[in-house]
Design a protein around this ligand. Structure first.
Ligand code: APR
Length: 238
């Protein structure tokens, strides 16, 4: 068995870019077209729910038109390969698309929520949701209109699964960051926590991220190229 048996991976929008999902801070990214304060904060939703619903409705419709790419598929293969060798993979994603699970990844933490779900702010119910949302949408549980919102974590809200994610990061032999600019906390802090706990840390990205200096290893290039090659190397070496 390889010396590496527990791997924690953090993914960002770069892993889905070649599937046709926009990144956020690249020149053609989401935040070049929208002010995040207007569409991705509780204050923005309170001020203009129509705008926020339209923003997420469009993105929700888009995930029905895109497919997992070779990077998503390689991570599912890595999970199966590690399990067969007695190891474990945890994928912590900042992405709200559903491409990791559609590729077959099982041990997945959606720390920023999921576009394919909706929540009711009035009764806290959460449901699978592929339809458009509006201020008239009625909650299936409390039967009230006006409380339904995208099941996504907005700026100023607390990311989900932090306990599970931190546990995976500090117990990993290897921490890998894929396709994220490393500019949004707490996810951007995982590499420091992994280093402090003694893990090797690898960055796979199109270009060096903001905290590239914290990684012990790096491979740069499109995710559909560098991720499958790295997974092949890991599974061949173990
Ligand atoms: N392959 C690999 N990496 C890529 C590719 C690609 N094909 N295309 C772009 N990238 C890289 C970019 O170089 C950049 O470093 O992906 C990263 C995307 O960074 P951001 O746009 O900042 O997206 P992300 O890191 O996912 O953002 C984090 O910010 O706005 C919030 O909640 C939102 O989850 C998101 C969080």
């Amino acid at each position: 068995m390889s010396a590496v048996c527990n791997i924690a991976i953090l993914t960002g929008s770069g892993v889905s870019a070649e599937s046709g999902v926009a990144t956020f801070r690249d020149t053609d990214g989401v935040w070049a077209k929208y002010d995040y304060r207007e569409v991705a904060t509780p204050e923005g939703f309170a001020a203009n729910p129509l705008l926020v619903h339209e923003f997420y409705n469009e993105r929700r419709r888009n995930i029905g038109t895109v497919f997992p790419n070779a990077a998503h598929e390689a991570l599912a293969e890595l999970e199966r390969g590690l399990e067969a060798r007695g190891g474990k993979l945890t994928v912590i994603t900042q992405n709200v698309d559903n491409l990791h699970e559609r590729a077959g990844v099982k041990n997945l933490l959606h720390m920023h929520g999921e576009l394919a779900k909706a929540a009711c702010a009035l009764c806290s119910g959460v449901w699978p949701w592929l339809e458009d949302l509006s201020i008239e949408t009625v909650c299936p549980n409390c039967k009230t209109a006006g409380g339904m919102r995208p099941y996504v974590v907005w700026f100023g809200e607390i990311p989900r699964f932090m306990e599970e994610a931190t546990d995976a990061v500090v117990n990993a032999d290897l921490f890998v960051s894929i396709g994220t600019s490393g500019s949004v906390y707490p996810a951007a802090g995982f590499v420091g926590e992994a280093r402090a706990a003694g893990a090797r840390c690898l960055e796979l990205n199109l270009e060096p991220s903001e905290n590239a200096y914290l990684f012990t290893d790096s491979r740069y290039g499109p995710a559909t190229e560098v991720v499958p090659q790295w997974v092949k190397d890991v599974l061949t070496a173990s």
